[in-house]
Design a protein around this ligand. Structure first.
Ligand code: PLP
Length: 446
């Protein structure tokens, strides 16, 4: 199915302003929350009391009929907007045809077509192979397993502030918030976290180009803790997501590539949040002109259907039959949704992410300027973070935005992230800016 850019955008329902018709949470929302609290795992975070009933484009409607402008996209997942007609059609068509077969044991056309497509999109020149997963964390697990298998080494270098998932292998690389690790050890041995260069530019440049952090990696970790010959992979988010929307500087990524080449280490780019068009390129690492050996993706790949992938250079796939697999991964309905999603991205949504990202970022800079409590506005494409001096401030702004009908989400220690569907248009961006301005004034004064 091919959908051109005009169709991709005109299929998007528009809303001039959110419509909040009850106190938040409304009566039906309160009733659901009470039931949820009685039965659902207490580990879930729940940023604010949104009880979603339906979604269309960049609009989410709650169980009381309140309508919100969604600039969180279910944590950067609803890349083509909620229930894009082309994605819904692909899902329905495939559900009628075949829901499940288990691609670990049988062949299936959608699995093959999607793998071909992802291999062609891989951010390196060599041919690629693909392993499909159900989630981001499983894509990272697959990368860890392939890197260990191929190199015969067990060490992994990840970075301070990183988030790679919550299963035991990926969690061992995660270094974002201690509550995500507390009580779960022992985690994987032979994992070291190196410093990640945090660059801020809004109030004057701080953070450098990453050369100090590269030196620390060589002089501290490699010289004292873990020999480079024991390291299978360096795993990095080219733009840290949960850690606070910090982009790795280009010289830093190039330096890591050099270190990997020097020591036979694989460079793994975790693009689960930053990939598939969100930063205005298929992969964020492309902005730096660096080719990784492995890339992981998930989140926006199938517009909300559970799917991920680990994509690696052909030469690395030394796995033999039975070495790795999954019952559900690459499910035909999810794969069909992914194929429709990738088509929409290709047909204009990535360019839209660049254009709307520039509009959003410059608008946020303008609105944030008078507030001394805003320490940074940063990001690329539709992956933009606004950092505050304290967590209390970012939490208050997030809540005030919700109460005005704008969905945004915190990340890092005191940052609010904007990661809307890539279908947002100028009108949606302007409404979001207006609501965010109101939220800043209400929570920070001014
Ligand atoms: N890697 C990155 C960069 C992420 O942002 C996330 C999720 O936020 C993950 C991995 C884990 O993905 P999932 O929650 O689908 O397991």
């Amino acid at each position: 199915m091919s959908v051109d850019a005009t169709t991709a955008m005109t299929a998007v329902p528009r809303l001039d302003a959110p419509s909040i018709i009850t106190p938040l949470p409304g009566p039906r929302a309160r009733a659901f929350i009470a039931r949820d609290e009685a039965v659902v795992s207490p580990s879930l975070t729940r940023a604010y009391p949104l009880v979603a009933e339906s979604g269309s484009g960049y609009v989410v409607t709650d169980v009381d009929g309140n309508q919100f402008i969604d600039f969180a996209a279910g944590i950067a997942v609803a890349s083509t907007g909620h229930s894009h007609p082309a994605v819904v059609a692909a899902i329905k068509e495939q559900a009628d045809r075949l829901i499940h077969i288990a691609a670990t044991d049988f062949y299936e056309p959608r699995y093959i077509e999607l793998s071909e497509k992802l291999a062609a999109l891989a951010p390196f020149h060599e041919p690629a192979r693909v392993f499909l997963t159900n989630s981001g964390t499983e894509a990272v697990e697959a990368a860890i397993k392939l890197a260990r298998y191929y190199t015969g080494r067990s060490g992994i270098i990840a970075f301070e502030g990183a988030f790679h998932g919550r299963t035991m292998g990926a969690l061992s690389l995660t270094n974002s918030k201690v509550k995500q690790r507390a009580g779960f050890g022992p985690l994987l041995p032979m994992v070291e976290h190196a410093p990640f260069p945090r660059v801020r530019t809004f109030r004057g440049p701080t953070g450098g180009d990453g050369s100090a952090e590269l030196a620390l990696l060589r002089e501290t970790i490699f010289a004292r803790t873990m020999a480079p010959t024991d390291v299978a992979a360096i795993v990095i988010e080219p733009v840290q997501g949960e850690g606070g929307y910090f982009a790795a500087p280009t010289p830093f990524l190039r330096g890591l590539r050099e270190i990997c080449d020097e020591h036979g280490i694989l460079l793994v780019a975790d693009e689960i949040q930053s990939g598939l068009g969100r930063t205005g390129a298929w992969w964020a690492i492309e902005h730096a002109g660096v080719e990784p050996d492995v890339v992981t993706t998930a989140k926006g790949i199938a517009s909300g259907m559970p799917l991920g992938a680990m994509i690696a250079r052909e030469a690395i796939w030394t796995w033999t039959r039975g070495a790795h697999g999954s019952t559900f991964a690459g499910n035909p309905v999810c794969a069909a949704a992914a194929l429709a999603t990738l088509q929409l991205l290709e047909d204009g949504l990535i360019d839209n992410a660049t254009a709307m990202g520039e509009r959003l970022k410059s608008g946020l800079e303008r609105i944030a300027e008078p507030y001394a409590q805003v320490s940074d506005v940063r990001g690329m494409g539709l992956m933009i973070g606004i950092e505050f001096d304290t967590h209390a401030q970012s939490a208050a702004v997030e809540r005030a935005a919700f109460e005005r009908g704008l969905l945004i989400l915190e990340c890092g220690e005191s940052t609010v992230r904007f990661c809307p569907p890539l279908i947002v248009d100028a009108a949606a961006v302007d409404v979001a800016l207006d609501l965010f301005g109101q939220a800043l004034a209400a929570s920070l004064g001014g």
